[in-house]
Design a protein around this ligand. Sequence first.
Ligand SMILES: [Zn+2]
Length: 94
Amino acid sequence: MKFSRELSILNVMEPIVSDLFDNNYVKTGALKCDCEKCQIDIILLTLNHLPPHYTSSQTGEAFIKASYLNSQLQSDVLREITEAVKIIENNPNH
Ligand SMILES: [Zn+2]
């Protein structure tokens, strides 16, 4: 089935994890290794540990904005990111 651009399927955890990771680890220089491979591995590991939350891409934008006001969601995601950072730093895939 083909969907219009507005109705594509989005796991909103993807942009949320990627943004939180970027703001809390990449931009702050907190990573031991900040190569692309490690960054992607950390995001993948985090996403695999979090329940996905699928929406249409249109609804997704509103959900993503609202997620920044949801401190419980933010701290759950950050906790998983922190775990993933530890694991990948100890076992970099290169
Ligand atoms: Zn690396």
